[in-house]
Design a protein around this ligand. Sequence first.
Ligand code: 13P
Length: 249
Amino acid sequence: MKFNPDLVTIAGNWKMNGHIDTSVDVEKLINLINGDDANIILFPPYTLISQFVHISKNSILSIGGQDCHHKDSGAFTGSISAPMLHDAGADFVIIGHSEVRALHGKGSGNIMNKTQSAHENDLITIICVGEDREVRLQGEHYNFISKQLEDSVPRTSNRNNTIIAYEPIWAIGTGNTATTADIKEMHAHINNTLQDFDMFKKGNPSILYGGSVNPKNAGQILSINNVNGVLVGGSSLDHLQFNEIIKSK
Ligand code: 13P
């Protein structure tokens, strides 16, 4: 099975990092994690997807893309479509990461269309939501996240093909992890909001936390109510650190 929503999910987003020779580290990671009872996913840059799919073939590691276009093909220089990710052997895709949303202004853009295209091409989506510091300081973060969820989650979603990641922008790459109280309150809010979505009448999707997760804080974060996993940036680049995070579940 590619994804079991009842297990913890530990996902590593490599962003614009990694070369062919990093495959050696992925092989080492696979040896360390085989037998673990979790959904473990790496999101390398597009250039490494086929290679990583090949080396992870008979392991519990899954591979995904960091974004996709909402159309299948066409004159969209620099873009990758969901069928292309599927063709390369990816099983997952991240949609609406704040670093991608930033390229399209503050709105949700076509996140919903991208997610729908991913589902039509058999990809499991991690839909990211998260407020910036300004929104939080104004006390608008709950309304903001509700609106992002409404604008981002399509009718094709269900708990088997959709994961939500709460990544407060002020916590990404800053070392300022959200507090236990911040995470607990927002994950409860997301959980409650999703209960009103018709698509999740049979159960809510997994909700991951992302933003400066590291081997030291992962255990504490994973023990918080309604936290079903983590989406890790910087600390996923080192296979030993990533393995420590996996083992702290
Ligand atoms: P960091 O773990 O580096 O803060 O990045 C989080 C993130 O953006 C994962 O998608």
